[in-house]
Design a protein around this ligand. Structure first.
Ligand code: HEM
Ligand code: SF4
Length: 528
């Protein structure tokens, strides 16, 4: 560790997690798992280390019975076939055949036992994958453009850059004790593929004339995030050359580490520091580390809010296509995932790509092989042309495995989808995002229709209930959905969402998006 813990001077003000981290870096828990906890079981894990298990990429799942959720970092959503086969094997051998794609394109397993972790770590290591720091107060999976390298809409292929940044940050003791998580997005896609507004540090595509030459680089946003107090990231007036990206990340992470709040954990994310300082002061501090950066160039991002990538689409490589496949709620079994990996190996470029809408892309298919690929059995189960509302729904882990959940997000997603599909023909891509609590892991706030789990008390009893948010979006004019002044039980919710969509379909103007419709009308009127 090559820095001083400046926060040591006021130890009594630190929150409880910080007090634990003072004397033990979260990364130390990895060795303890391998050498001790995996051998002697969960009871051998002291209370302090139970908090730090996240640094190894594991969370205690619900019910707290000694089983874990394990998250594997997938940089920019790209997994090569050897990695995919290992992930499938882990799911089959240790995770009861189940795996889930997360809203940051990571792969998650459930029901993992402590005793199996050394073997899992070795397997991941053998294919250059890691669960380390996929959770915890550290730099998380670096997200970006899942189409990197094949995208007609990218300024350049960001794969190498993302991997370089990941390799710099992963297991780096200079940044493994941050006040809270640090989410980074690097994308050169003009379609806002990296959800730039809701990450702590986001690089978005830009160009600038420097000394008469047009240079490709990035614009920079900082301090975005969802959760109980969602904030849209703020732009810094800077143009970042590709070679400067790592230096800028190092600077922001250092500022966050040394100035971020360590007393109240609910105000520990970077967004709170930036809100208090203002973007000017933050920029000044940043330039103390990086030197003054050139001012902004030309922004190359179009207005886009979540891409589903479904269907057969042309790549930038002539004669090749990618297939966007719907993975219902991001959940699949190991055999299906393996099958997709095999198709990629046999017909494609050997890469599977995960998306933040919890789907998978198979890339590099020669156009003259498309018919053969599309006739495979697996696509009868996992559609590449999904028509259901379920294909527009994202849902967080929910009460099946998450200790913080107030509702079962998966079950409501299925019921909602069934009801709407039977009742309505929805011809536009409205997105619906469901989270089981205010933490908003399912991106509730930025959805066309956001649903948030809650509790309602009626006649002295507590019931699962839901809050509804309408008209959120990412991209230009990114905004959070407006919360309706209602809290609904399950049946009421399903009918209300159907009613809202029905009203939109009946009263939208030509090509009016759901977001624009909600901005124009008073949605509360629909439900009275
Ligand atoms: C204080 C507690 C938590 C907060 C504030 C929180 C907040 C969030 C937010 C805002 C996201 C959005 C993803 C994005 O940035 O794109 C996220 C992602 C996620 N959260 Fe949570 N979360 C918390 C705890 C949990 C727990 C307990 C679980 C499950 C056991 C969980 C599971 C997930 C998953 C699976 C993702 C996708 C993440 C990834 O791939 O990196 N979260 N979380
Ligand atoms: S939103 Fe809440 S319920 Fe859903 S995974 Fe996150 S913490 Fe758990």
């Amino acid at each position: 560790m090559a820095y001083d813990q400046v926060w040591r001077k006021d130890v009594e003000l630190l929150n409880n997690v910080e007090k634990i981290k003072l004397d033990r870096d979260g990364l130390e828990v990895i060795e303890a798992i391998i050498k001790k906890y995996s051998k002697y079981g969960f009871d051998s894990v002291p209370e302090e280390d139970r908090i730090l298990l996240k640094w190894a990429g594991i969370y205690e799942q619900k019910p707290k019975n000694g089983l874990f959720m394990l998250r594997v970092r997938i940089n920019t959503g790209k997994i090569n076939v050897s990695g995919a086969k290992v992930l499938s094997e882990i799911s089959q051998k240790y995770g009861r055949n189940f795996m889930k794609i997360t809203t940051r394109g990571a792969i998650q397993f459930y029901n993992i036992r402590l005793e199996d972790l050394p073997d899992i770590f070795n397997k991941l290591n053998s294919v250059h994958l890691a669960s380390y720091e996929a959770c915890g107060d550290c730099p998380r999976t670096v997200i970006g453009n899942p189409l990197a390298g094949i995208d007609k809409n990218e300024l350049f292929d960001t794969t190498e850059l993302v991997n370089k940044v990941n390799d710099f940050l992963l297991l780096n003791r200079d940044f493994s004790n941050l006040p809270r998580k640090l989410k980074i997005s690097i994308s050169a896609s003009t379609k806002n593929a990296g959800n730039s507004e809701i990450n702590d540090i986001s690089f978005t595509p830009a160009i600038k004339k420097i000394e008469g030459k047009e240079v490709i680089g990035f614009h920079l946003k900082v301090g975005g995030g969802l959760s109980t107090k969602p904030v849209i990231a703020k732009e810094i007036n800077a143009f970042i050359a590709v070679e400067q990206v790592q230096k800028v990340i190092e600077a922001v992470a250092t500022i966050f580490r040394d100035y971020g709040y360590r007393n109240n954990r609910n105000r520990a994310r970077l967004k709170f520091l930036i809100e208090d300082w203002g973007i000017e002061k933050f920029t000044e501090k940043l330039y103390e580390y990086t030197g003054v950066l050139p001012t902004k160039g030309i922004d190359k991002t179009e207005d886009c809010s979540y891409i589903n990538y479904y269907g057969v689409n042309p790549q930038k490589q002539k004669g090749k296509s990618y297939i966007g496949v719907h993975i219902p709620l991001g959940q699949m079994n190991s055999a299906d995932f393996n099958e997709l990996a095999q198709i990629s190996e046999e017909y494609g470029d050997g890469i599977l790509r995960t998306t933040s809408c919890q789907n998978i892309i198979i890339s590099g298919i020669k156009n003259d092989k498309l018919d053969e690929v599309l006739s495979k059995e697996i696509f009868k189960k996992l559609s590449y042309q999904p028509k259901t509302i379920l294909s527009r729904i994202v849902a967080c882990t929910g009460s099946k495995f998450c200790n913080l959940a107030l509702v079962d997000t998966q079950s409501i997603a299925l019921k909602l989808s069934k009801f709407i599909d039977e009742k309505l023909e929805v011809d536009v891509p409205i997105n619906i995002k469901i989270s089981g609590c205010p933490n908003s892991c399912g991106h509730t706030n930025t959805a066309d229709i956001g649903i948030r789990g809650s509790i309602i008390k009626q006649e002295g009893k507590r019931y699962e209930a839901f809050d509804v948010f309408l008209g959120g979006k990412l991209g230009q004019g990114a905004t959070f959905g407006q919360k309706l002044d209602l809290r609904l039980r399950e049946n009421e919710l399903i009918k209300a969402i159907a009613k809202i969509i029905e009203q939109y379909l009946a009263h939208r103007k030509d090509n009016e998006t759901f977001h624009n419709f909600i901005s124009r009308v008073d949605a509360r009127g629909f439900l009275t």
